[in-house]
Design a protein around this ligand. Sequence first.
Ligand SMILES: [Zn+2]
Length: 70
Amino acid sequence: MTEEAAPTMPTGCSARGCGKPATWALLWNNPKIHTPDRRKTWLACDEHKDSLSDFLDRRSFLRSVEPFSA
Ligand SMILES: [Zn+2]
């Protein structure tokens, strides 16, 4: 609930210390804590798209990767 209530949608890369404008949205779900239709979103720049999606994919959390533009 709290994430959806955030007043502004961040548009920068989610990688720690990056903050570049995001060009990809990584949609993921943790079955242990989220209902199956729930989607969390990480944003990624071109540079961090692979490392962030790998991180989620290794945990079987990654559901889809979509182009993103602010
Ligand atoms: Zn980045």
